[in-house]
Design a protein around this ligand. Structure first.
Ligand code: ADP
Ligand code: MG
Length: 252
């Protein structure tokens, strides 16, 4: 009946409680020092394991999301983005649109913070337990076209298709051919009403149709994208240009 702590730790590992196994000697010491009741001890033990698992699952979702960088919306400067109110930003951060499978379309000229806002909202979603995928339109078209014969692309496409939130950055920076438009439609159709999509673009949806070519497919794609959508117009001067850093001071 009397197992050593090392043997107990092994049992914990066998039960797939590796984190708690490591912590066990410390937890036992604390229990003795603070005279925890049996129930208190169990509570501390389970809380420890659950907390570790939560952290691990956030880390895993973060890695899977493939964000280009990690930057929180607490750094979002609202003074620089006059078209977005504090209230709107808070509403977006609350993620009700995601729970209700709404899409978000972030429109505006280059440098106004569309990518930043999409990453910030994506991060928020990861912390709240959602599976997120970030992909640029260029990467996405490449994945769609190579998934048939490249295992790596197939794995990434599966991840995208099973996400709760798919962020497609820089839609329509170039024209699509018929095959690309078809593949893109299939993805949008797959995600429709199951997941949310954030699209960023510096072109308006009217201009998208010109770039997607085929009228039938364009209508079908827009129909699904715009069925449940919140459009956020972002405007103003480019944050990049306003805050650009100079390597060399202007010479006299
Ligand atoms: P867009 O995708 O609209 O072209 P980005 O999101 O890439 O613009 O923003 C360009 C740069 O300016 C990034 O480094 C971004 O972090 C920064 N930036 C843009 N808008 C803001 C803002 N409102 N507050 C803080 N940084 C911003
Ligand atoms: Mg961008």
């Amino acid at each position: 009946m009397n197992k050593t702590i090392t043997e107990l730790q092994q049992d914990f590992r066998q039960l797939r409680l590796a984190e708690t196994a490591e912590e066990l000697p410390k937890l036992l010491r604390k229990a003795e020092q603070s005279s925890w009741t049996y129930q208190e001890f169990l509570e501390q033990l389970t809380a420890f394991e659950l907390n570790k698992r939560e952290i691990k699952s956030i880390e895993k979702r973060l890695k899977n999301a493939r964000f280009p960088y990690l930057k929180s919306l607490t750094e979002f400067d609202l003074d620089a983005q006059q078209t977005l109110t504090k209230r709107q930003l808070t509403q977006l951060e609350e993620l009700q649109w995601l729970e209700q499978h709404y899409n978000l379309i972030l429109l505006g000229p280059p440098g106004v913070g569309k990518t930043f806002l999409s990453v910030g909202l994506g991060l928020e979603a990861v912390y709240k337990g959602f599976q997120v995928s970030f992909v640029t339109m260029g990467e996405l078209l490449h994945l769609l076209k190579t998934q048939e014969y490249t295992h790596k692309s197939q794995v990434q496409m599966k991840r995208i298709q099973s996400s709760d939130l798919v962020i497609i950055d820089d839609l329509m920076y170039m024209a699509m051919d018929q095959r690309e438009a078809n593949l893109f439609f299939q993805l949008i159709n797959h995600l429709y009403e199951k997941s949310s999509i954030i699209l960023t673009s510096n072109k308006s949806p009217e201009q998208w149709s010109e770039l997607m070519g085929d009228q039938g497919i364009t209508t079908a794609i827009l129909d699904r994208l715009l069925h449940r959508v919140e459009v956020v117009h972002m405007d103003g001067e480019s944050y990049r240009m306003k805050n650009r850093q100079q390597l060399f001071e202007a010479e006299m």
